[in-house]
Ligand binder design. Sequence first.
Ligand SMILES: [Zn+2]
Length: 68
Amino acid sequence: MPPANKKKQGKVCRDCHRVVDGEICVICGTTNLSEDWSGYLVIIDPDNSEVAKRMNIKLPGRYALKVR
Ligand SMILES: [Zn+2]
């Protein structure tokens, strides 16, 4: 049986905390990514989200709460 829970969740941009699928952040265009992150966060409506405002998130998407 394959260990399904071992699957990587991807990398996170250190600048905007966005969860990135490839090697470059689609928002910042940076390769400053981290695989060491926690706290999965989905922002659907940044304008009406206190968390999004606090983290300075302007676009909907998947983000990480903490990036090391
Ligand atoms: Zn970014």
